[in-house]
Design a protein around this ligand. Structure first.
Ligand SMILES: [Zn+2]
Ligand SMILES: [Zn+2]
Length: 248
């Protein structure tokens, strides 16, 4: 639904609908889905607490009120969920939808997950791996009965998730980030993101021949960053486009 690291026309915040039930990050959770689709979700898996990944969770909670019988699960690292609860669902910025009930059932159910703990939701198994970003951040390997998908979320150069990837059968796609153009490598390293040149170095750690999809390009450097990714000349890399469906 959204695959950008900033918000501007044509740049929606990060959210991937994996099947009809599982949402990966909540940046476009409310604007990228119809109300009916929002009400059908089983859960949202949150990679970290940065605003571009959680921005529309408050509107999602509001939109589904009264439209479902069970709670919507919000799954992430314990300290990530605490930050979201304390800074947003705190009855000051937005109501605490873990307390607000529809027929005695809370609207949201925050459920923490540990690194390397595998959970299942809506027919998808997912396992978190800590990646190299500011604040606790999990990338995920997601699997169903047929294939697997790897999502690094926001990260600088990282290791553990690539070791995890080597053990997965039938990995069909890698979603990883590039945020800034090459001239901003210092900022990328400081904020723990990648530039196209840093991605090029990172590619060597990834399982060979698996398609690599790029998200998180910053809007104001979009054209420059895309041109630099293109110039890498890596046929397996493509930049994700928002609003598109990708079949694995
Ligand atoms: Zn981000
Ligand atoms: Zn981030």
């Amino acid at each position: 639904m959204g695959c950008a690291g900033g918000k501007a026309p044509g740049y929606q915040l990060t959210s991937f609908l994996i099947n009809e039930e599982l949402l990966l990050d909540g940046g476009s959770a409310a604007s990228g889905l119809s109300i009916e689709e929002q009400a059908k979700l089983t859960g949202v898996v949150v990679s970290h607490a940065h605003l571009d990944h959680i921005a529309e969770l408050p509107y999602l909670a509001d939109n589904i009120f009264g439209l479902r019988e069970d709670s919507l699960k919000i799954i992430g690292a314990r300290d990530v969920l605490e930050v979201i609860q304390k800074s947003i669902f705190n009855n000051a910025v937005w109501p605490d939808f873990c307390e607000i009930c529809h027929e005695d059932t809370p609207i949201l159910d925050f459920s923490s997950i540990e690194e390397r703990e595998t959970r299942s939701l809506g027919g998808i198994r997912f396992t978190p791996y800590a990646v190299n970003h500011k604040g606790t951040t999990f990338g995920f390997i997601l699997e169903d009965s047929e294939c697997a998908l790897l999502y690094t979320s926001d990260t600088g150069p990282t290791e553990a998730i690539w070791r995890g990837a080597a053990e997965v059968d039938d990995l069909r796609a890698i979603i990883t980030e590039v945020s800034f153009p090459n001239k901003m490598e210092e900022l990328a390293r400081m904020s723990r993101h990648l530039t196209p040149a840093m991605l090029h170095a990172e590619i060597g750690k990834m399982p060979p021949e698996v398609p690599v999809y790029i998200f998180h390009i910053k809007a104001q450097y979009g054209d420059e960053t895309r041109a630099e990714i293109e110039a890498l000349g890596e046929p397996r890399i493509q930049v994700l486009e928002e609003g598109m469906t990708y079949h694995l």
